[in-house]
Each structure stands twice: as structure tokens, then as C-alpha cells.
Design a protein around this ligand. Structure first.
Ligand SMILES: Cc1cc2nc3c(=O)[nH]c(=O)nc-3n(C[C@H](O)[C@H](O)[C@H](O)COP(=O)(O)O)c2cc1C
Length: 196
């Protein structure tokens, strides 16, 4: 049974606003691939657009250029090991979906492979072609065309990180294979506004 529910595009930026490490999925023809990316951020409100750093040398970048789309899957704590593994080898030499037995659903708009098991959310993204920068920069811009999240941890357009859903929480890379979870969520109203 899936706990994933569609997320309104107007709320899609909140899925990566807090800087989770993500899994970038890609496909073209019969080829599929997945890599880790720690660097991504929302950049435009309507339509929702994001920026994500995908090294020009990666196989992922090659597939994205060919298909014009990609998936951004947001892994939970339980997928930290897999995230590090798929970020440490290239799909040019191994089919990472097969090797790790990953089950993907097909994205509703672009047909990108999207992981739900072990993930808290996903976004399906259409590449915004920037011919004048593509050769120079690793940063890619894309429009989010569909999004969904696990309702146990993302409700009414907001993340809800609590002590009860630690395994579903997002992971944030500190470097060297070390990650943190977004523990200790609080509301601004809970902290008195006073001069430092
Ligand atoms: C935790 C982690 C975060 C990473 N973040 C990025 C990133 O933001 N951008 C990037 O281009 N590569 C990043 N990488 C490296 C890619 O995931 C790596 O080059 C990958 O092997 C590329 O796979 P591919 O050739 O199959 O596309 C990261 C790796 C790890 C382990």
C-alpha cells in the first residue's frame, strides 16, 4: 500500500526547500539510471522551477539531455546507504536499478522512473534547455511538472518531522558519507522573538 499523495505544484518547492540530499533518476529508451545529488534548490514560484547541480561528466546528465526530463526522489533515512552507493559509481558501468533491485513507478507526465519505497517524496521535472550554459556549467534548471509525497511525513503542504517518523525523515549530506536528519522541528511562534 502506498502512502504517497499528489502534492500541489504550488507546494512543490517545499519538498526541497530544506536542502535534502536527493536521488536523480533518468531514462531514455531502454536505459535507466540513478545518482545522488546534495545540491538542489527552488528558484522560481510559478511555474515551480528548481536548480540542481548535475556534473556534466555523469551518465545521468547524458540521459537527461537525451530525454529532456528527470526525477528527483527524496530518500528517507533508511536509504542513506543506497544514496551513498549510487552516488559513488556510474551507471555507465552498472545498471544501478537492477544491481540494487530498485522498483520504480513511471512518472505521470514525463514517464521518468520514480522511487516511492524508502523515499519521502518525488518530483518529476522537465529540463529547461539552456544551450548557452550547458557546456559550461554543471547546474541544470528544470520545471516541476508533477510531485507527490508520503502523507505520513508531508501533510497539507508542509513537512511534519516528529519523533514518531524518524525513519521517514529526509537526509542531509555533511560530506564524507555523513548525513544528518532534520530532527528538532519547531515553529517560529514557539521561540520568543528577542534581540540576540
Ligand atoms: C551524498 C552524495 C551527494 C552527491 N551530490 C552530487 C551533486 O549535488 N551533484 C553532482 O553532480 N554529483 C553529486 N554526487 C556525485 C554523483 O552522484 C556521482 O558522480 C554519480 O556516480 C554519478 O552517476 P552517473 O554517472 O551514473 O550519473 C554526489 C554523491 C554523493 C555520494
Amino acid at each position: 500500500m502506498t502512502h504517497f499523495k499528489q502534492v500541489a505544484l504550488s507546494h512543490a518547492s517545499r519538498l526541497i526547500n530544506h536542502g535534502p540530499t536527493v536521488l536523480v533518476t533518468s531514462a531514455h529508451g531502454t536505459a535507466r539510471n540513478i545518482m545522488a545529488a546534495a545540491w538542489s534548490m527552488p528558484v522560481e514560484f510559478t511555474p515551480p522551477r528548481i536548480a540542481i547541480v548535475i556534473d556534466k561528466k555523469t551518465y545521468t546528465r547524458e540521459l537527461i539531455a537525451a530525454s529532456g526530463g528527470f526525477g528527483v526522489c527524496i530518500p528517507c533515512t533508511t536509504l542513506a546507504g543506497l544514496t551513498h552507493a549510487v552516488g559513488s559509481e556510474s551507471g555507465r558501468t552498472v545498471d544501478k536499478f537492477l544491481h540494487y533491485g530498485l522498483k520504480a513507478r513511471i512518472g505521470p507526465v514525463l514517464g521518468m522512473p520514480l522511487l516511492e519505497e524508502g523515499c519521502a517524496a518525488w518530483l518529476e521535472c522537465r529540463l529547461i534547455s539552456e544551450p548557452h550554459t550547458e557546456d559550461a556549467y554543471d547546474t541544470c534548471f528544470a520545471e516541476v511538472v508533477a510531485a507527490a509525497a508520503d502523507e505520513r511525513v508531508f501533510q497539507n503542504g508542509h513537512w511534519r518531522f516528529t519523533e514518531d517518523n524518524v525513519d521517514l525523515q529526509t537526509i542531509h549530506h555533511l560530506g564524507g558519507g555523513n548525513f544528518v536528519r532534520p530532527a528538532g522541528m519547531f515553529h517560529a511562534g514557539d521561540a520568543a522573538a528577542k534581540k540576540p
